[in-house]
Design a protein around this ligand. Structure first.
Ligand code: AMP
Length: 401
């Protein structure tokens, strides 16, 4: 988009304003809005007008009893005051994302003005990627800019199909999208080595494809969190009541074998903090990972593992982190995740490049107060995961095609 002439043009920008709201409809975390500001300001500074479209929540999945959408809860109008403040511009609002009102308001904008369209997901046609609906959206702009990396893995009308209504020279990536892709590409295509991936979180099944890809890309793969117990059981260990996906035991062994064949080192927890119930105030013990007694479950990596993982991280030049190492939402089981957050921050201070992707690891690094001590925090959980897995994101493809 840096090369576009926005002067006197209406730029239709797909942003990700899917922000959390409290019961009073106040924004509790405005990161996603903040991240879209540079793109909007760039267009305004070049003499363009900006028409913003986004989704907010899943109103079609939470219909009211009479079958209608809950406009009061999911309206993007809640975002207008804060957005106006951040931009220093009175943001206008259209009560529908397509149709006469949206179209006429977009045509009446002067350069420097901003219009926010109502929640695209008020219409079921959005998620279905319906052509006629996408054509309606496209009428609100002369140029289409996609800056919603967080939804680029969805082939929805406003993220993907709408782009087909613009010529190649009329569509492009926003600054956030460009930065997200550049950071992911840095890890995928030109990492300084050793490249270490740290995976965690609840399930192996969510990250199988990523794991397989990583066995072709990395020097080291660290596996913690709930997913580590499937690996521990696959090796013949006792894991008590810990999280496990029995149908993935063979695949876990296959991944270990594949890594070995590719000279990739896989690091699994050697000790574990176990709990007698899934609760912050559970009784705890530290035991070897493959020796968890019945009635107990592993909720965090143990102290020896933290040290061993940190050593690998210290020696890395590129680090990718996706997934917490334990149930970090419970303070007593957040030590492993915090140790990893500190190790990643320290390695970054010593010159490593670090990319944090995935909602929970982002929350964990921010909770540890280290958000500004890593190289890049991705805004796109699912989208980043799919991109790293090697999938083509529909929202990206639609701009390039
Ligand atoms: P994911 O969305 O797959 O990255 O999973 C994140 C979730 O995994 C977080 O809510 C963590 O509490 C959870 N998690 C991490 N480690 C464990 C564990 N050992 N047992 C149960 N849940 C875990």
């Amino acid at each position: 988009m840096d090369q576009f002439d926005f002067n006197n043009k209406r730029a239709l920008v797909r942003v990700d304003f899917n922000v959390p709201l409290n019961d009073k409809h106040e924004i509790t975390d405005d990161t996603r809005i903040q991240k879209a500001i540079p793109t909007i300001q760039h267009i305004l500074s070049k003499g363009g007008a900006v028409i913003l479209m986004s989704h907010l929540g899943r109103p079609q999945k939470k219909l009211k009893e009479d079958g209608s959408v809950n406009v009061n809860k999911y309206t993007l109008k809640h975002v207008v005051p804060h957005l106006s403040k951040l931009l220093g511009v009175d943001v206008q609002f259209a009560s529908n994302c397509f149709g006469a009102e949206a179209k006429s308001k977009s045509f009446l904008l002067n350069p420097g003005q901003v219009l926010l369209l109502e929640n695209t997901r008020f219409h079921k046609e959005e998620s279905k990627g319906e052509e006629i609906f996408a054509a309606g959206l496209s009428q609100c702009g002369d140029i289409f800019i996609n800056d919603a990396f967080g939804t680029a893995h969805r082939a929805h009308a406003s993220t993907t199909v709408v782009a087909s209504h613009f010529k190649p020279e009329e569509k492009g990536f926003g600054l956030l999208m460009k930065t997200e892709l550049a950071n992911a590409d840095r890890v995928l295509n030109s990492p300084e080595r050793p490249l270490t991936a740290i995976l965690g979180g609840a399930k192996v099944s969510d990250k199988i494809q990523l794991l397989e890809r990583l066995t072709e890309l990395c020097q080291n793969i660290i596996i913690g969190g709930g997913m580590a117990y499937t690996f521990a059981k696959a090796k013949g260990g006792k894991i008590g009541e810990s999280l496990c996906e029995d149908e993935y035991l063979d695949l876990a062994n296959e991944i270990v074998a594949k890594a070995k064949a590719n000279n990739v080192d896989i690091y699994l927890p050697t000790d574990t903090v176990i709990a007698d119930k899934f609760s912050n105030d559970a009784k705890t013990q530290i035991v070897p990972t493959g020796e968890i007694p019945d009635g107990w479950e592993g909720l965090d990596i143990g102290p020896d593992t933290r040290v061993a993982f940190a050593e690998v991280i210290q020696q890395s030049k590129t680090i990718l982190w996706n997934g917490p190492q334990g149930v970090f939402e419970f303070e007593n089981f957040a030590h492993g995740t915090n140790a990893i957050a500190h190790a990643v921050a320290k390695a970054t201070a010593y010159g490593a490049y670090s990319l944090i992707g995935g909602g929970d690891s982002v929350a964990a690094i921010n909770k540890a107060g280290l958000g500004d001590k890593v190289s890049f925090i991705s805004t796109g959980g699912g989208a980043m995961l799919e991109y790293l897995e090697g999938k083509t994101l529909p929202g990206v493809k639609a701009i390039i095609d």
